[in-house]
Design a protein around this ligand. Structure first.
Ligand SMILES: Nc1nc2c(c(=O)[nH]1)N[C@H]1C(S)=C(S)[C@@H](COP(=O)(O)O)O[C@H]1N2
Ligand SMILES: [Mo]
Length: 429
């Protein structure tokens, strides 16, 4: 065992040294002095686990625990770190760019998968304990689904409204991955749900033990106990080694570092679900247990902070998603919603997943109010600010008020393109 280990270490060392030599040789050939590269060679074996090109710099914004602040305005983030949607390609978010919501006390624990267990108990005939290896012996499914924090697009956040905000700041609390795991329904059938049970409570293994009540009906529908994310293990920030995936529902339901499922007959009113999630309305009433997202969409190119270098041809492209199922249609307007054109959907059909849309366009150099509007398989259409206000019976002004937190704020986003080609956030214009 010991000799095996040191042999491996020796191999890695030699491998790194060789890689370093090769790197130095290439750089020297391209005209750089060896001194400027001294000490810079990566000790990692990039053939063992690769890295992107050093010219690629797209990154999450915001600090995990302190959230950080907007580098341009200094305004502190309420959430973070955020996915750089302005750089998104296709529909899959690379795991290292997936947004993270892990407030203090809910930071990723360092879990040894060999020691991790998933317990299913409560109102069941047979309480069960699974190791990760046991879960992996069961039939698996792989599904593409978005994840979104209910605060994505929250208009009470300063960065949601600032003219110089990027789409990362306005919409970066959503990401999309291929998730692989076992259907919750299979595990619950295995355990045998008792009559009278109507909810499950899912619990995470971190210090503050986030837990969330989820209706049994949803748990038996399309909820996944996921161990895979985009073809590898779920990342620690996303819930390694097990993440509950509750497709189309608010992010809070997707319990990370999942270790316990209790089958019960009522919601358990977890800390977050009882104190932070009921939304106070201006009339003093609050909305409880909003869960499923309606249709969203946002144009990612051109978007806030970008600049069109000249008039002429551009593809307008962006992402659409809905908790209600597949995106059926996305329309694009270049005149602030007066007229609309159907965009092309690049990957139609994935339910509760990001869907990329595109529309060929010629910019004539004049001011443009750029918008997109999605429709999902239920026929739900993404609303304007005024339509959402009417639907919720609240004054539209209330959306702007600090503290008037609104989840599921799926309004049509407006980007304003000025004659100089600059693109600005124009949410309330
Ligand atoms: N155990 C645990 N699960 C959690 C949370 C948490 O703090 N702890 N945050 C929830 C919230 S509010 C969101 S939006 C999603 C974010 O998942 P992500 O960090 O993988 O993007 O995780 C949810 N699951
Ligand atoms: Mo969230």
């Amino acid at each position: 065992m010991n000799s095996k280990k040191s042999g491996r270490r020796r191999f890695l060392k030699e491998g790194a040294a060789l890689a370093g030599l090769a790197l130095g040789a290439t750089r020297m050939a391209s005209g750089e002095t060896p001194d400027s590269e001294a000490g810079k060679a990566s000790p990692k074996d990039l053939h063992a686990y690769g890295e992107r090109s050093r010219f690629e710099t797209s990154a999450r914004l915001g600090n995990n625990n302190r959230w950080g602040s907007n580098p341009k305005s200094g305004v502190p983030f309420v959430y973070g770190p955020l996915t750089p949607l302005q750089d998104s390609i296709g529909i899959i978010t690379p795991a290292p760019l997936h947004y993270i919501v892990s407030p203090p006390g809910n930071e990723p624990p360092d879990i040894d998968p060999q020691k991790h267990r998933l317990l299913i108990h409560g109102m069941v005939e047979r309480p069960l304990i699974f190791t990760l290896d046991e879960l992996k012996r069961l039939p698996s499914v792989s599904r593409i689904h978005f994840l979104q924090c209910r605060g994505n697009g929250d208009p009470s956040r300063p960065e949601r409204k600032m003219p110089n905000s990027t789409v990362q700041l306005t919409h970066g609390l959503t990401s999309c991955s291929e998730w692989t795991g076992v259907l919750m329904s299979l595990l619950l059938k295995e355990a045998g749900v008792k009559k009278g049970a109507s909810w499950i409570v899912a619990e995470g293994a971190e210090q503050s033990m986030h837990f969330k009540s989820i209706p049994l009906e949803k748990a038996m529908d399309d909820v996944l106990v996921a161990y895979g994310q985009n073809g590898e293990a779920v990342r620690p920030e996303q819930g390694y080694p097990l993440k509950l995936l509750v497709p189309g529902w608010q992010g809070i339901n997707n319990v990370k570092w999942l270790r316990r499922i209790k089958v019960v007959d009522q919601p358990y009113m977890g800390r977050r679900e009882s104190t932070q999630y009921p939304e106070m309305r201006p009339d003093g009433k609050s909305r409880w247990f909003q869960v499923e997202f309606g249709p969203f969409s946002v144009i990612t190119r051109p978007s806030g902070g970008q600049r069109l270098p000249s008039r002429g041809f551009y593809e307008i492209t962006g992402l659409a998603w809905s908790g209600g199922g597949a995106i059926r249609r996305v329309e694009v307007s270049t005149d602030g919603g007066k007229t609309w054109k159907d965009a092309e959907l690049q990957q139609a059909g994935h339910r509760k997943a990001h869907t990329r849309f595109g529309l060929a366009w010629n910019w004539n150099g004049e001011e443009v109010l750029l918008q997109s509007r999605s429709t999902d398989e239920k026929g739900e259409v993404q609303p304007t600010v005024a339509e959402l206000a009417r639907f919720l019976s609240v004054p539209a002004e209330w959306f702007k008020a600090p503290g008037g937190i609104v989840g599921n704020f799926n309004v049509i986003q407006t980007w304003k393109i000025s004659p100089d080609g600059s693109v600005q956030n124009a949410l309330f214009s």
